[in-house]
Design a protein. Structure first.
Length: 227
């Protein structure tokens, strides 16, 4: 008698696939569409940029709360340059005042220039408080310190907080009087012979009494002092 062979392979496979009886889920394997996930929540983070030091502001030399003299006087190199035809001393003063106003500086400003009719000694108020650049660095302790032959620190910052490029018009010696020689026809002419120039990076007398380097047609800076 031949042995009976029972074919159970299909049954086992079927059991492994879960296909026995009525328990088969007709949705298995079907394509199902799900709604898209909600967008992620975005949290904005403000970035604060360090504004750096206060360069020029009215707080550098505040007015006295008692109506007296300021705690200091601001001095700067005018960032813009001009030839020797500045419009006279008054025109140069106006250039200083406009530069100060544009930079947010308070007070009255005059140009450190000399002609046969006027010089810092005759035109400036003699300050008893320090002269400071707009970054707060002291240039001289007072008027006497300003004209004693050297500065505490160089006047090498413009009203915009930048280092000046090039020399300055002065025709003024270290003690604040006229240098003599050419003054560009009273600072009204751009074709005259070279007047005295000053060197902003220097602290010795050459800050104002540097050399006769540039004719009146050159483009140089000017020093501006608060009064």
């Amino acid at each position: 008698m031949k042995p009976i062979r029972v074919n159970v392979l299909i049954v086992l496979v079927c059991l492994g696939c879960g296909c026995v009886g009525d328990d088969i889920d007709p949705t298995v394997g079907a394509s199902t569409t799900y709604p898209p996930p909600p967008p992620p929540t975005i949290t904005e983070t403000a970035t604060i940029t360090d504004p750096g030091p206060d360069l020029g502001s009215p707080t550098t030399c505040d007015d006295s709360p008692k109506g007296g003299e300021d705690e200091c006087k601001v001095v700067f190199v005018r960032e813009a340059t001009s030839n020797g035809g500045l419009g006279g001393l008054s025109g140069a003063d106006e250039k200083c005042q406009s530069a100060a106003f544009a930079a947010g500086l308070q007070g009255t400003y005059l140009a450190w220039l000399s002609t046969s009719e006027g010089s810092p000694v005759s035109r400036f108020k003699k300050s008893s408080v320090p002269y400071r650049r707009i970054d707060g660095v002291e240039v001289a302790e007072n008027w006497s310190g300003l004209v004693d032959g050297g500065l505490t620190n160089a006047i090498n910052v413009t009203e915009q907080g930048n280092p000046p490029v090039g020399n300055v018009w002065t025709n003024t010696v270290a003690k604040g009087t006229g240098w003599g020689g050419s003054d560009c026809q009273g600072w009204t002419d751009s074709e005259s012979a070279a007047p005295g120039n000053g060197y902003p990076p220097n602290k010795d007398t050459t800050w104002t009494q540097g050399g006769v380097d540039s004719g009146c047609g050159a483009e140089l800076h000017i020093y501006c002092f608060e009064q």
